[in-house]
Ligand binder design. Structure first.
Ligand code: DUC
Ligand code: ZN
Length: 460
């Protein structure tokens, strides 16, 4: 039976307008005025006064990842349930072979982790943590499998590759129409600062974490990457950008004529580095992630960057660990597993701290969570837009609702949220995935119906 969502405001990248939406099976059949004859044969849901967003896309998750001598709290089952509850109908996770393993092995492993378990649609980026002829030889197979975006690290010994390898990989991707997202922090200087902090007796001190990884060492890596991309004449994505100085480096590269895309995350928009100075070790340790959360003035630069279109996407870098897992670093801050849960709260945090606070419009939110990630990652117009023929992925957002974010009510297995106690402005009332009602009244009501997405090339 067709479904008719009646009385809502459809959000587009240019604004919002009163329009009804008719769903037919997995697709959107019609948007706008629906004739009484069509309406008669449909199941009607009154969404008066609500915004209808295209299903949110989170292009940066780490589910079921073995890292820091442990495994993330959320696997693909709990992670995608958490995602759908937060309005995210598509995630793109990072397949991550170990150094020495083939990309094909990594892709197969990620399919084994994800297939049949996901409550939202999903795709993969492929991590390039080694560079040689045989890996280059696998790139065409990856693109054929719908992996059109790749990840490289300028930090983390287990995953980082050298500048020359980054250069060669960017050239090889450019030739094929692929693109890379890069984690930018200066590994060598951070290691030296960690040694200094430890020598100064700060080993059990969580606040040593942000002090080891200052914003300017992220900006240095962004600048270096962008010069490497200039040499390779290749587009590039800066993932989880946190601060004003790093954004300045992007502006310089764009002024040189380079194509650069930028992602930021809710924790950098809505939290500040005061979290690392809490008197309670456990309260501070739960915020450990890399890059770290920055001084408050950076939030203004990031919101401004979003408004001006200098930052294209807001994803989460969801990489969840329980507080017991964070405890592994009690004696040594470098052993605290790095990463935060966020996939369940992104939509409500961005609406609350962005739209309702006057820092962003609903159209801007639609660009950052829907249209831009769909175009950047080769999913548009199947995803990222409410239009006839697109997948019927829809978030019904009630701007008049409000609730207090609390881990007690959440699906994530992290057992905590970095946004505990935040009173939301508005709330997610319903979520549809390809026409199926997946979330109602804050509860996940659908099963693991998520499908693997073979993605196309970037069109942003
Ligand atoms: N940063 C984190 O904090 N965790 C996962 C990977 C990353 O880049
Ligand atoms: Zn990440």
């Amino acid at each position: 039976m067709k479904k008719l969502l009646k009385g809502g405001f459809v959000v587009t990248p240019r604004g919002s307008r009163r329009a009804d939406v008719l769903l037919d099976g997995e697709k959107i059949a019609q948007v706008g005025h629906i004739s009484p004859a069509e309406a008669k044969s449909a199941e009607v849901t009154d969404v008066s006064g609500c915004y209808l967003f295209p299903g949110f896309i989170d292009a940066h998750t780490h589910f079921d990842l073995d890292v820091c001598n442990t495994t993330t709290a959320d696997d693909f089952a709990s992670g995608t349930r958490s995602a759908i509850r937060g309005g995210t109908t598509t995630i793109i996770d990072f397949a991550c072979p170990n150094k020495g393993e083939t990309l094909a092995y990594g892709l197969d492993l990620w399919h084994k982790k994800a297939d049949g378990k996901c409550s939202c649609d999903y795709g993969f980026h492929m991590t390039i943590d080694d560079w040689n002829e045989s890996i280059e030889g696998e790139l065409d197979d990856m693109l054929a499998a719908g992996i059109t975006s790749f990840k490289m690290y300028l930090t983390y010994p287990a995953m980082m590759i050298g500048d020359g390898a980054v250069y060669s990989a960017l050239k090889a991707l450019k030739k094929r129409g692929g693109i890379a997202g890069v984690h930018c922090e200066n590994a060598g200087v951070i290691d030296a600062r960690i040694a200094e902090l430890k020598a100064a007796g700060r080993t059990a001190d969580v606040s040593a974490h942000p002090e080891a990884r200052p914003d300017y060492l992220e900006a240095e890596a962004v600048a270096r990457l962008l010069r490497i991309a200039e040499a390779a004449d290749a587009p590039v994505i800066i993932v989880h950008l946190t601060n004003r100085e790093a954004l300045d480096e992007v502006a310089f590269a764009r002024a040189r004529g380079q194509r650069v895309y930028v992602e930021t995350c809710p924790q950098y928009l809505a939290l500040d580095d005061g979290v690392y100075y809490d008197a309670s070790w456990s309260m501070a340790a739960r915020y450990v992630c890399a890059p770290p959360i920055r001084a408050e003035e950076n939030q203004r630069a990031l919101w401004r960057g979003l408004r001006r279109g200098e930052i294209q996407t807001i994803s989460t870098d969801h990489c969840s660990f329980t507080l017991a897992q964070k405890d592994m670093g009690r004696e040594d801050f470098t052993k605290i597993p790095g990463g935060l849960p966020g996939v369940e709260t992104r939509g409500e945090v961005v609406y609350t701290c962005g739209v309702a606070a006057g820092r962003m419009t609903v159209a801007g939110m639609c660009r950052a969570l829907c249209e831009n990630p769909a175009k950047l990652y080769g999913l548009y117009p199947r995803k990222g837009v409410i239009a006839a023929g697109s997948d019927a992925d829809i978030v019904v957002y009630d701007p008049k609702a409000s609730h207090i974010l609390s881990a007690r009510d959440m699906v994530t297995k992290a057992g905590y949220t970095p946004f505990e106690g935040l009173r939301t402005e508005g709330g997610i009332a319903r979520v549809y995935l390809r026409g199926s009602l997946m979330v109602e009244d804050g509860k996940v009501v659908g099963g693991p119906e998520g499908q693997y997405l073979r993605r196309g090339l970037c069109t942003l």
